[in-house]
Design a protein around this ligand. Structure first.
Ligand code: ATR
Length: 292
């Protein structure tokens, strides 16, 4: 179906994503499809912003009346001191991926949140019908993505969380930080090589392994996953880890769902309207196909 024509005018609300690099971002296609589906007079573009220009870019965008923006690599942490309000969720994770610019007495108020965790949980629910409450989860990775997912899982009532990372000290550090915030859960930081026989209900890959080099962070057959596997990698759509899950008959999904639902949550944070998931998903998948 050809895209509906849209002509911006003097009242168009502008949104965007700040990143570096950002040319291959899938968010403009996804968010604009959402705006068009609801007939909103809004437009979403990509802003290439160098790390050292973030503060200048944010000041300029908010002064120019931009309504909101996403942050991607490398700005998710650096944005924090530039904000007026940070939601408790984003504060806890220590990273912001979505900002709303609100008119306030004397200027503009920048409100930051993090929709990655909500996006991950919605994908678990919609794509796998998996409820983490009381479950045992093995999370691979201890970087920014893993931290957001760990918070989301523990916030949703995960009973036991193993964080396994190539660099074990980093896994231990993240586990220790989480223990103070989620004292009711059992949390353990281990090395990637110590995952044999753990038998979790769910395994989540939040490392960058599998992005195109044909490798896998672990052998699933050694771990004994009981219910489901998520690989947050979405390009390629099927990683060796997901292929192994399929061959073992374990339910699995890639990172497309998380990407879609974090975008839907950002859309809702900006517009206060229910995100049109169908059109946003179609646009996301079409943009991914074009990227290949
Ligand atoms: P992100 O913000 O996307 O999580 P990151 O903070 O750079 O990115 O984290 C990357 C994660 O992938 C880390 O857990 C990293 O492990 P280390 O902490 O040991 O570096 C993991 N990772 C990257 N390359 C890896 C590899 N070849 N084998 C195993 N883990 C790897």
């Amino acid at each position: 179906m050809p895209a509906e024509p849209f002509t911006p005018n003097g009242q168009t609300r502008l949104y965007g994503v700040l990143g570096h690099p950002v040319q291959t971002s899938l968010s403009p296609a996804m968010q604009n499809a959402g705006f068009r589906a609801l007939g909103l007079n809004a437009l979403y573009v990509a802003f290439p912003v160098l790390p050292e220009r973030l503060a200048a870019a944010v000041a300029g965008l908010s002064a120019a009346g931009v309504a909101g923006f996403n942050l991607t690599v490398p700005h998710k942490l650096a944005i924090l001191p530039l904000l007026d309000v940070i939601t408790p969720e984003a504060e806890a994770i220590g990273a912001v991926n979505t900002v709303r610019c609100e008119p306030a007495p004397g200027g503009i108020r920048l409100i930051g949140t993090n929709t990655d965790g909500a996006g991950f949980l919605r994908s678990l629910d919609m794509d796998l019908r998996f409820d983490p409450r009381g479950k045992q989860v093995l999370l691979l990775g201890a970087g920014g993505a893993a931290r957001g997912i760990a918070h989301a899982l523990l916030g949703a009532g995960t009973g036991k969380l193993w964080i396994a990372n190539r660099t074990r000290t980093r896994a231990r550090g993240l586990a220790d930080a989480l223990k103070t915030r989620f004292p009711q859960a059992e949390i353990e930081g281990i090395g990637l090589k110590e995952t044999g026989g753990l038998g979790p209900h769910l395994l989540v890959n939040a490392t960058t392994v599998g992005m195109g080099d044909g490798s896998s962070p672990v052998r699933l057959a050694n771990i004994g996953v009981r219910e489901a596997v998520v690989d947050i990698v979405y390009h390629p759509a099927e990683t060796p880890l997901l292929r192994e899950a399929e061959s073992l008959g374990v339910a699995c999904t890639n990172g497309i769902g998380m990407l879609l639902y974090q975008g839907c949550a950002a859309f809702e944070f900006w517009t206060f309207q229910r995100a049109p998931e169908g059109p946003m998903r179609q646009a996301l998948l079409a943009a991914l196909r074009e990227r290949r």
